[in-house]
Design a protein around this ligand. Structure first.
Ligand SMILES: Cc1cc2nc3c(=O)[nH]c(=O)nc-3n(C[C@H](O)[C@H](O)[C@H](O)COP(=O)(O)OP(=O)(O)OC[C@H]3O[C@@H](n4cnc5c(N)ncnc54)[C@H](O)[C@@H]3O)c2cc1C
Length: 453
């Protein structure tokens, strides 16, 4: 095909896209005023935030289209069932289920839940001896007090501030375990990148966490019903310099009055989407300064359990922070003989360069220290690589040293009343969570609706 023909063909493709989009969505508008009917909203990203916004807008009769880069919806709600058990690569728990919007959504979507008991845990030292429940509960009580007493400076990392105040814990493996399996897991951030001042300034819903046992993707599949979603459309640029905003993807161009950008902070940080004109300085600085955490998950299966199948969690205290220090017994809530372990912080990034065999070997060193050298190798494994995943570049956002909790609020301001942001990184109170992402989507849908009144 010659160059001229190629250009002509892509022009036709663009026209077709624009026409198909206008005609198919207009049919779905019912009982709305003409101003609403004329306006088009394009949402970038079909994760929980984008789908929540789309659902809300569609309910109000607004013409909405979702562009998604991947061949699936759900974003970080991603379930792999290839080993016969629902392995959630991203979110697993509804944190604080009471009053949490995800609780009722889960029930409508047919997602089943199980209350994971955080106190049903045994923690082991490197020689395989178990920390007594007295030692563990005393250490946890101290941990819960001391992490809030470090009085770090705004530009100081948590790790730096904590170990300056409590140097005695620098080489204490039980403390290393708690600071990693609890704090790095919760916040997503490596201890030495996490803000010492704003590490826990967000809010929580009440109630003990429940895990979804048959796959978190049930929720996004449910939200995606009846929404016009164009998969395999990776957005490259958003030109909002004229009255109508033009969004360019690998498949062509789309036109919108309002654009809701829900791609993860990691994608914004890599400048994968070019904004024309550039984003305001404050927004760009916030994107540069906040960070994406790194949490990876590893599922291992066996023919039969060699661990106490009544236990919910098994803790281990290696010298290296973030290294396979927590195991969740999947057999506690399914019929699978499986454990899920995790890597946190900088070590989590390292795992992405390791082969499956290397990972298995390292994990088995920890399990053998606890259960003896005779335990069998796993039959299968699944793993994640969130840090190098081109659709996220990280697991979830966190406040780095030098940023504040309020930094996240910059995303609540629309740009020229045309560009809006939603996603877990845009909601200071519930950042890094599914419910935060969901609530941010509803918030921005309402903000767009306000402009239509
Ligand atoms: C390992 C891990 C464990 C977690 N555990 C929990 C948990 O237990 N409980 C909890 O509440 N939260 C948890 N979270 C966080 C939770 O998963 C996220 O906060 C939430 O799913 C984010 O939703 P979102 O809509 O903001 O982003 P996403 O789900 O990431 O959606 C963004 C979408 O944008 C798309 N996209 C990216 N680039 C482009 C582009 N250029 N063009 C078009 N589309 C694009 C992506 O493909 C994606 O579908 C966890 C996350 C991870 C990674």
């Amino acid at each position: 095909m010659n160059a001229k023909n190629k250009k002509m063909n892509s022009l036709i493709a663009i026209l077709l896209l624009l026409t198909t989009y206008s005609s198919c969505d207009k049919d779905q508008n019912v009982g709305i005023n003409s101003k609403t009917q004329e306006k088009k909203v394009v949402i970038i990203g079909a994760g929980v935030s984008g789908l929540a916004a789309a659902k809300h807008l569609k309910k109000k009769g607004i013409d909405v289209l979702v562009l998604e880069a991947q061949d699936k919806t759900g974003g970080r709600l991603k379930t792999d069932r290839s080993l016969g058990v629902a392995f959630d690569e991203g979110a697993s728990w509804i944190h604080g289920p009471e009053g949490n919007p995800i609780t009722s959504l889960a029930s409508s979507a047919g997602a089943e839940t199980f209350l994971t008991d955080d106190f049903n845990v045994k923690v082991y030292d490197q020689n395989g001896s178990e920390y007594s429940s007295k030692i563990l509960s005393t250490a946890e009580n101290q941990y819960n007090r001391k992490i809030f007493r470090i009085n770090g400076a705004e530009d100081q990392s948590f790790g730096n501030a904590f170990y300056s105040k409590y140097p005695q814990y620098q080489n204490d493996r039980l403390w290393t375990y708690m600071l990693s399996a609890y704090l790095e897991f919760d916040t997503g951030g490596d201890l030495f990148k996490l803000s010492s001042t704003y590490f826990y300034d967000d809010e929580e819903f009440d109630g003990d966490d429940v895990i979804i046992t048959n796959g978190f993707d049930k929720i996004t599949n449910y939200l995606a019903q009846d929404i016009d979603i164009r998969l395999n459309n990776k957005v490259h640029s958003i030109d909002y310099s004229n009255e109508k905003t033009i969004i360019t993807t690998n498949k062509g161009e789309y036109e919108a009055d309002y654009v809701l950008v829900t791609v993860p902070l990691g994608v914004l940080k890599k400048n994968i989407i070019t904004f024309i004109p550039s984003l305001p300085e404050e927004t760009q600085n916030t994107i540069d300064n906040l960070d994406m955490g790194s949490v990876n998950k590893f599922l291992f299966t066996w023919d039969a359990p060699f661990w106490d199948n009544d236990l919910q969690y098994i803790g281990y205290t290696p010298e290296q922070r973030g290294k396979f220090n927590l195991f969740m017994n999947v057999g506690k809530f399914t019929s699978a003989n499986a454990l899920i372990t995790f890597a946190f912080g900088d070590y989590s990034k390292e795992t992405e360069q390791m082969s499956d065999a290397q990972i298995t070997e390292e994990v088995m060193v920890h399990l053998k220290a606890i259960y003896g050298n005779d335990i069998p190798n796993p039959t299968n494994m699944l793993r994640t690589k969130w840090n190098t995943n081109e659709y996220t570049f990280g697991s979830y956002s966190f406040a780095t040293n030098g940023t504040t909790g309020e930094s996240f609020e910059v995303f609540e301001e629309p740009i020229n009343d045309k560009i809006f942001f939603a996603g877990e990184h845009t909601i200071v109170d519930y950042r890094g969570t599914v419910h935060g992402a969901y609530l941010s989507g509803v918030r921005e849908a309402k903000n767009i609706i306000k402009l239509l009144k």
